[in-house]
Design a protein around this ligand. Structure first.
Ligand code: SF4
Ligand code: SF4
Length: 95
């Protein structure tokens, strides 16, 4: 097998895995349980799409999903939250 075959095989596996992952996420979205959120802000730093923002209120901050439409359901924020305030749900559940 030449180097080109190996590179082609790796590329094909990568493309197929991306397609499978995209299909898995389709129809899903992040869901915030505000009662469990401590507004620590870890998820805001982790999300590449800036879905969440910390909004300052009188005495404390509150997490708000300001760009929920940008959520790709990647789950990075879910792994980051120590308080189990985030989870990935079906879009039908969310509404
Ligand atoms: S990481 Fe969890 S507790 Fe911290 S702001 Fe995000 S949702 Fe709230
Ligand atoms: S699931 Fe991914 S894209 Fe959606 S809010 Fe969390 S980190 Fe951002």
């Amino acid at each position: 097998m030449t180097h080109y075959h190996i590179i082609g095989a790796i590329l094909a596996i990568w493309i197929i895995s991306r397609i499978i992952e995209r299909r898995r996420r389709r129809g899903k979205i992040v869901h915030l349980t505000s009662e469990l959120c401590t507004a620590c802000g870890r998820c805001t730093k982790r999300c590449k799409h800036h879905v969440f923002e910390l909004v300052k209120e009188e005495k404390k901050s509150r997490l708000v999903a300001t760009h929920l439409d940008k959520c790709t359901a990647c789950g990075d924020c879910v792994k980051t939250c120590k308080f189990k305030a985030l989870k990935i749900v079906s879009k039908h559940t969310q509404s």
